[in-house]
Design a protein around this ligand. Structure first.
Ligand code: SF4
Ligand code: SF4
Length: 370
């Protein structure tokens, strides 16, 4: 495993383990499959990963508890835990932080972040008093490094950067969004401010690990042995100001593939960068909705719709044909797009403000015509 010095002599593995897509059982509520998920953590540790990322809302609040339990087998100073304050889920920052320590069964958190700052609540969180409170906790040693994760625009990034001397910032970054999102600008702002970047969504929620036929063929021809995900990982690794690349690994094969990529340290050449630019351009026409599958929209959907799964089916239908929605017709009626009541809560919680209600209405219409 490759490591990169952060500060204070701390060396973080270039690959970090995200704990939001852990294997789940079929039992009601789909709890984390502890045995399988623990194997993933153990494998990651064996392969040198020392950065483990969780959050208050992942797996309906159970990810933190899992991470604490799974890492309890290892000396506390052999790994780093990143956890996040979710303003929307529990605005009382004192209560939430204490609950997080309890869930983790730890007395400090190494890397603490304000979770997923979006344009619609950036000002509110800045004036909430939480930054001052967490800064106090940092001085008391309950938080070692303080940062935020971000899904907003450049104006709000500027406001955030002016508010506090952050130790690090986490943004979504991958070769697709570099070309078609605002991530390149955000990365440049952070680099200029000399703030290390933690990367989330390196494969855009799995999209860049699958690609479409044309883009996949291009990369396979260039290197038949390389996995599609490894291209995305190598691209990010090549950016100088990137500290840790997080991957929400849900099975052992992913851990092994990613760990290999981050052990070899093969950076992308200028020619390969051009190739990835081409792959992104070939992929673009097939992405109707750039949903990353983060599920931030799900807990507050009053109809309990599995929004990312429905959007994935919509993308398939748009890329191919409406018949691809046939799997959606097999869902219980109350889980189908026609049951969306257009409340807009999903768009409000979506880091990309995706227009989900309109898409649900379009899907319902497409399905009625199948
Ligand atoms: S708009 Fe529809 S999909 Fe979105 S939260 Fe409301 S009911 Fe759910
Ligand atoms: S619609 Fe938005 S919030 Fe919901 S899973 Fe997709 S990207 Fe995440």
């Amino acid at each position: 495993m490759l490591y990169k010095e952060f500060k204070d002599g701390i060396r973080l593995s270039r690959l970090g383990m995200g704990n939001m897509r852990l294997p789940q059982t079929e039992e009601p509520g789909n709890p984390i499959d502890y045995k399988k998920a623990k194997e993933i953590i153990d494998q990651a540790v064996r392969l040198g990963v020392n950065y483990f990322d969780t959050a208050y809302i992942y797996h309906n609040g159970k990810s933190e508890e899992f991470v604490g339990k799974a890492l309890a087998d290892y000396p506390r100073d052999s790994f780093y835990v990143a956890d996040k304050f979710n303003f929307q889920a529990q605005p009382d920052y004192r209560v939430q932080f204490q609950e997080q320590l309890n869930r983790l069964n730890m007395d400090y958190i190494d890397f603490y972040l304000l979770h997923g700052i979006q344009d619609n609540f950036a000002s509110e969180i800045l004036s909430s008093g939480c930054i001052e409170y967490f800064d106090r906790l940092k001085k008391e040693g309950k938080i070692r490094y303080f940062g935020f994760s971000f899904h907003g625009n450049e104006d709000n990034m500027r406001k955030m950067l002016a508010a506090y001397p952050w130790d690090f910032v986490q943004i979504q970054l991958n070769y697709y969004d570099w070309e078609y999102g605002n991530q390149r600008k955000l990365y440049e702002m952070l680099t200029e401010a000399q703030i290390p970047v933690m990367v989330m969504e390196p494969v855009h929620g799995g999209l860049l690990a699958r690609l479409n036929e044309k883009a996949g063929k291009l990369l396979k021809e260039a290197d038949p042995d390389a996995s599609l995900a490894s291209w995305a990982m190598r691209w990010i690794m090549s950016l100088d100001n990137v500290q840790v690349v997080l991957s929400g690994m849900g099975d052992l094969a992913q851990v092994i593939d990613n760990a290999e990529t981050f052990s070899i340290g093969k950076y992308v050449s200028d020619t390969e960068k051009e190739l990835l630019k081409k792959a992104a351009a070939l992929l673009r026409p097939d992405i109707a909705v750039p949903c990353t599958g983060c599920r931030y929209c799900c807990p507050d959907c009053p109809q309990g719709l599995d929004i990312p799964t429905l959007l994935a089916a919509y993308n398939d239908a748009k890329a191919d044909a409406a018949w691809r929605l046939v799997n959606v017709t097999g869902l219980p009626r109350e889980k189908q797009p026609s049951h969306c009541i257009s409340c807009g809560s999903c768009t409000e919680h979506c880091p990309q403000s995706l227009p989900v209600p309109g898409i649900m209405a379009e899907m319902a219409k497409m399905m009625s015509e199948l």
